[in-house]
Design a protein around this ligand. Sequence first.
Ligand SMILES: Nc1ncnc2c1ncn2[C@@H]1O[C@H](COP(=O)(O)OP(=O)(O)OP(=O)(O)O)[C@@H](O)[C@H]1O
Ligand SMILES: [Mg+2]
Length: 262
Amino acid sequence: MTGAASITQEERDKKIREYLVYMENVTVRFGKVVALRDVNFSVKKNEVVGLLGDNGAGKSTLIKALNGYHQVDGGEIYFNGERTNFQSPRDARDVGIETAYQDLALVNLMSISRNFFLGRELVMGNRFFKFLDKRKMDEVAAHSLAEVGLRNIREMHETVNFLSGGERQAIAIGRASYFGAKLLILDEPTAALSVAETEWVLRLVSEAKEKGLSVIIITHNAYEAYEVSDRFVVLQHGKNYADLKREETNAKELIEVIAGRK
Ligand SMILES: Nc1ncnc2c1ncn2[C@@H]1O[C@H](COP(=O)(O)OP(=O)(O)OP(=O)(O)O)[C@@H](O)[C@H]1O
Ligand SMILES: [Mg+2]
């Protein structure tokens, strides 16, 4: 565990400057429940971090504190060298943090291409009349989604509620990469996916890294996390429990660590 108190001011400044994400002593409370207590968490540029821990450990709360969904009760958060003050995940998206939740990533009753653009729609027209450039949006979405392997997608104007879990994750990942996100956050992207779809999503994570993005992936599956992550941060009861580099551990050991047996 890397306690903030154990580093010098100089080291701290360097980390803030060089890391993509630097969270220090973050505390989040829900009434009497302390979901996170003095948690330290960082992500380097172009690093994939597996965020692990048992149910209720605080994983989702941590990423929601990072992306502005929750306001913190204590601690500091820096993104790309700047102290953040996100009021909502939308503010975080504007500076390059794209979050995909298993269920909330897409708006069911909107079309595939509207979901791809979500808040960044292409408009055409003039000063007086503006309307959505649907054809262009369909074209861009179809092209970008083909790149993430969604080739046999039906029509871009169809709604997304009939898509599979893997296809939904692919849209969220394709969107992040198209809009130039720096950080992709995936909260249990493979929960309830088939084996083939899980492999596809994990491949997309690796491809996102190849393109230069950083990724935070939350999963209950240590083997999946081990396959794609450079480092593992394990939370337990809302606190830091372990911070391990890929080369100093393995999936079996991670299971023991997550269970608190090691
Ligand atoms: N909106 C909320 N209101 C009240 N309590 C909450 C809220 N969100 C989370 N909690 C509580 O905070 C703690 C951490 O929850 P969190 O969802 O972050 O865990 P998690 O590690 O993501 O778990 P899981 O693996 O089950 O998704 C839990 O005790 C949970 O009940
Ligand atoms: Mg969660």
